[in-house]
Each structure stands twice: as C-alpha cells, then as structure tokens.
Ligand binder design. Structure first.
Ligand SMILES: Nc1nc2c(ncn2[C@@H]2O[C@H](COP(=O)(O)OP(=O)(O)O)[C@@H](O)[C@H]2O)c(=O)[nH]1
Ligand SMILES: [Mg+2]
Length: 288
C-alpha cells in the first residue's frame, strides 16, 4: 500500500527509502518523477545514491502548468548535464505518455540485447516509479495502466505479492510507486514546494506562503496578477496585495475587513491550478 498520508518524520523517511530500495531489486528501470515547475526542488537530495547505476528515465510531470521554454531547457539540462533521459508530460490529461512508453520500450530492447549477448532468453522488462508526495505518481500509473488494464504476475486474492501492470510490449510497471521526500533545509525550496502544493497545507503557514508568492509574482509577472484579480496599481507590500485580492473576491469578515486567510487560500489554489498562468519556480538560469 502506498502511504499517501506520510508525514515528514525521520522514521517514515527511513521506512519509505527502505521500501524503495527493496523494490529497486525487482526492476530494471526507474522512472524518477519530478514536478516540471520545480525540477530541482522536487528532487530527493539522495536520489543518485539511492538509485545507484539503475537505468533511469526522468519525467517532468505537470508540464501543462510549467513554463514551456523552461521545461525545454530543464529537459536538455537533465540530458546534457546529468546524462539522464528526460521526458516532459502531463499525467492528468495523458499528454506525453506515449513518449514515456516508447522510451521504456527502447530501454527494454537494450536490456534484452545485453541479456542475449550473455546467452539469456528475452524477458519482460520491469519499471518502478519514484517521487515525492503529490508529484503525480498515482495519476501517471493510472494513465499508463489505462482502462481495464492487465495486471500480470501474482493474482490478487491468491498471494499478497507485487502487482505488475503491462504498459507495452515487453514492458511492465510496478503498481506501487516509491515515495521519496524532497529537500527541506533551504527555506526557498520549502516555499516552492509549498506554493506548488507538494507540502500539505496543514503544515504550512498559508498566509506566509501566499504573501511570498504574490511578492514573487509582483516582481516577475505583475500583469498576471493584475489581469487575474483586476488590480489597478499593485502595492509593493504583499500583505496589501492580498488585501486587494480579498476585497476583489469579496472575502470579508464582520466589520467589513478583508479576510486575509481566505484571500491567501484563493491565490494559492489558483496558482496551483494554473489559473494565473504557467510558471516554473526553479529557474534554469539561476538554479541549475
Ligand atoms: N495539472 C496537472 N495536475 C496533475 C498532473 N499529475 C497529477 N496532477 C494532480 O496532482 C495531484 C496529485 O497527484 P497524485 O497522482 O495523487 O500524486 P501522488 O501523491 O504522487 O500519487 C492530483 O490532484 C492530480 O490530479 C499533471 O500532469 N498536470
Ligand atoms: Mg498517490
């Protein structure tokens, strides 16, 4: 079972990592799922040590929410600077899924050629997915599986073994993804994770994150803020920006004051849903 409600305690992290390492032994290829809006901040800092030399495909998911040109540049960066195959896709709508299956099958052929060279028979090649919470692991598995998908391997009800989903000729995917944790130390990274919805709202200060977000948008994409919230002049103070947004949206408390918390929730939700535009918070020119 996937631990969706994972909390960020050291014990859980160790357990999750152990699970990944156990399953790693069963697969030939790992799909490292990242958020295209934060390709570095959504990476587990120990990922290379965890995966070692296992063949890997990096997927920049939620590409529909990220800046197109930045996504292209990040894809190139992973390929040229990190030597990793990289594909951008959108697991919600399924765009780009075919590319991932194609690349998986290419790798499967290579792996089977190596086996053949050692005199071994060809076999199905197995993949697993790893990524931080909310990056879209379940969505991608569902899209790869399709409707009425074929599970191979152990039959449910008979054993409690692993379930494998057939995703293409000679290619199978473990139906349980590995959960990894993101980086934590850098507060800027924390902000980007919170703004994109990778960290549960219950454990973040929503007003603070929203203020930092409107501050960022005001500095970099002021028109997006102005257009979305029909603001005239935008105040330099992020608290005042939230207040103006709240007033526009009728977030009022008794006495006629603006409910800043409500305004913060609106801005965060709309940003996460792409309503303010497509944004990449990890910038290739600054962060790579
Ligand atoms: N816009 C967009 N939303 C996505 C995409 N992939 C996943 N999501 C959404 O992100 C949220 C988390 O996805 P989920 O698959 O549950 O993530 P998991 O925790 O890694 O299994 C859900 O609301 C999904 O609908 C994507 O490519 N684009
Ligand atoms: Mg999930």
């Amino acid at each position: 079972m996937e631990i969706d409600t994972i909390q960020w305690f050291p014990g859980h992290m160790v357990k999750a990592r152990k699970m990944v390492q156990e399953n790693l032994k069963l697969v030939d290829i790992v799909v490292e799922l990242l958020d295209a809006r934060i390709p570095l901040s959504s990476r587990n800092p120990d990922i290379d040590a965890i995966l070692e030399k296992k063949p890997r495909i990096v997927v920049l998911n939620k590409a529909d929410l990220a800046d197109v040109s930045q996504t292209e540049q990040w894809s190139r960066w992973f390929h040229e600077r990190r030597g990793l195959q990289c594909i951008a896709l959108d697991s919600q709508h399924g765009n780009g899924i075919g590319k991932l299956i194609g690349l998986g099958q290419e790798l499967a052929v290579q792996i089977n050629n190596k086996l053949a060279a050692k005199g071994r028979k060809p076999r199905a090649v197995r993949m697993m997915m790893v990524g931080i919470p909310n990056v879209g692991k379940s969505s991608l598995i569902n899209k790869l599986a399709g409707k009425g998908y074929t599970r191979t391997g152990d039959r449910p009800g008979l054993t409690r073994g692993k379930q494998w989903i057939r995703v293409g000729k000679g290619l199978e995917l473990l139906d349980t993804p590995g959960i990894l944790w993101p980086k934590f130390e850098d507060p800027e990274v924390g902000f980007r994770l919170a703004a994109t919805g990778a960290i549960k709202d219950e454990i973040i200060n929503i007003e603070q994150v929203a203020m930092k977000l409107v501050n960022y948008l005001n500095a970099t994409e002021q028109d997006a803020l102005k257009d979305r919230y029909k603001l005239g002049e935008v105040d330099a103070d992020p608290y005042e920006i939230l207040r103006a947004i709240g007033a526009r949206r009728g977030c009022l408390v008794s006495g006629g004051n603006v409910d800043i918390f409500k305004a913060a929730v609106i801005v965060l939700n709309e940003f996460r849903g792409g309503k303010l535009g497509r944004f990449t918070l990890d910038r290739i020119e600054r962060d790579a």
